[in-house]
Design a protein around this ligand. Structure first.
Ligand SMILES: Nc1nc2c(ncn2[C@@H]2O[C@H](COP(=O)(O)OP(=O)(O)OP(=O)(O)O)[C@@H](O)[C@H]2O)c(=O)[nH]1
Ligand SMILES: [Mg+2]
Length: 428
């Protein structure tokens, strides 16, 4: 079955002459994720109309709301006014970087620990992950206090659980602010070595880059570092096709024009959504319909505000954002966890090996016992899990959704503490 899909895809690729590689971008809050993607678009995208449109919008925001020009590049991919004003990413979104060769799609997420679930989702969807680590973060060794480590392990586990190759691109950002950045570049590599060894990530493939982006004005942006190599390497990314059954779909908003339409960026996991096929959603089984949107024939499942859309020929016509997960899952309120991998000792070892005092790390360790809680990401939302019974590393837990539009459902199991920092993984 998978071979058939592969063949189909190859035909499509030849037909279109364009491939789409999906890169999710993770890293601690303020580490420069959005600015870096914005810069890559600004410098390399052939779709100038998009840059011009967003630039005009940003110029207006600068005038009316005194948004500083340093936010310009991040705003090439931001959508909501709220994000522009608060100068942070809150809603994960995907943006296309079209080059004269292939298409890249970047999924940008917020780095605040509140948004950790977005990392989980975006790594499910993507072919490779790009991490940004600010030079200041390396200097302060803030990996554990901030969300980088959680994002790193989350992406690794997700990739492994879908049998994908864990290829990661690590960018040391803001190097223009630190004359001794070379030293911290080496430090980053050594620290990552400690982290990957302690977690037994023997098969991880890592590429390292530097980036410094100084925005003086919209027409005067200085940059230093390895952007060209980064882009070249990202274009070489191998596409993954995973998890054909037990499908996970990621639903995203289209940036234009209808707010209510959400795009299914599920081609990585799903194979095709065929016309008339039935798909299991949180609303029950829904039939796929063919619609014409933006001049494209698309296959769609739709329920109220939610639509799962798959464009013909793997093309996503506009920049899109989102979103939540929509999937093929069993509806349940209780989970049996067959195996729980507690990573807290590994995290303690990393803290020790990096020579960090545990008390200052703002990391809450969880003591698993009957009646205690931990959290996981299910369908894009934080869900609380209460341990009912506990025997060695087998658990039964009650699920309690927090803030979820969706019902309680099982998913790839990654467990977080109350601050959304990663503490373990599980298999349902
Ligand atoms: N000097 C300098 N400033 C940078 C660089 N990259 C980002 N910044 C600034 O750092 C701030 C945060 O950058 P963002 O790109 O918004 O960071 P982010 O990782 O997307 O942050 P969240 O979305 O909130 O998690 C902005 O004010 C940027 O202008 C850089 O390379 N050099
Ligand atoms: Mg951002």
């Amino acid at each position: 079955m998978i071979t058939t899909i592969l063949k189909e895809r190859n035909l499509n690729s030849v037909f279109l002459g364009q491939l789409m590689k999906v890169i999710n971008v993770s890293g601690s809050v303020n580490s420069g994720k959005s600015t870096l993607i914005g810069y890559l678009l600004y410098k390399y995208s052939v779709e100038r109309y998009y840059i011009d449109l967003k630039t005009r919008y940003f110029q207006m925001m600068m005038k009316t709301n005194k948004v500083p020009v340093s936010e310009y590049l991040a705003n090439l991919i931001q959508v909501s006014t709220d994000e522009t004003l608060r100068q942070m990413t809150m809603i994960s979104k995907a943006v296309r970087l079209k080059t004269d060769k292939d298409n890249l799609v970047f999924i940008d997420v917020g780095g605040h620990h509140k948004y950790t679930f977005q990392v989980h989702l975006s790594s499910v969807e993507s072919d490779t992950t790009l991490f940004t680590v600010g030079v200041d973060e390396v200097k302060e060794r803030a990996y554990i206090r901030e969300t980088f480590l959680t994002h790193f392990i989350t992406s690794y586990i997700t990739r492994k659980s879908f049998s994908k190759t864990p290829v990661f691109h690590l960018v040391l950002t803001k190097v223009d602010t630190e004359p001794n950045y070379d030293k911290y570049f080496e430090q980053l590599k050594e620290d990552i070595n400690v982290i990957t060894k302690n977690l037994g990530m023997n098969d991880v493939v890592l590429f390292y880059y530097t980036s410094g982006i100084k925005i003086n004005s919209i027409n005067d942006i200085n940059s230093m570092g390895d952007h060209e190599t980064l882009l070249k390497n990202l274009l070489k990314t191998e596409r993954n096709i995973i998890n054909e059954k037990g499908t996970v779909f990621h639903v995203r908003d289209l940036m234009y024009p209808e707010r209510n339409v959400r795009v299914l960026g599920g081609r990585l996991m799903t194979g095709r959504i065929e016309k008339k096929q039935y798909i299991n959603t949180q609303f029950g089984e829904l039939q796929v319909k063919e619609l014409e949107l933006f001049g494209n024939k698309v296959n769609v499942i739709n329920q109220g505000d939610y639509a799962g859309i798959r464009f013909e020929n793997d093309e996503i016509t506009e920049n899109f954002r989102g979103g939540e997960i929509l999937g093929n899952y069993r509806l349940t309120k209780q989970l049996n966890i067959r195996r729980f991998v507690d990573l807290q000792d590994n995290i303690k070892n990393i803290i020790n090996e990096l020579g960090l005092p545990i008390t200052s790390q703002h990391f809450t360790f969880v003591n698993y016992k009957e009646g205690s809680y931990f959290y996981t990401t299910i369908n894009g939302f934080r869900n609380k899990m209460k341990i009912n019974t506990l025997e060695k590393n087998m658990f039964t837990v009650d699920l309690e959704k927090e803030n979820s539009l969706f019902l309680n459902t099982p998913n790839t199991g990654i467990a977080y503490n109350n601050e959304n920092k990663l503490i373990g993984a599980f298999i349902i």
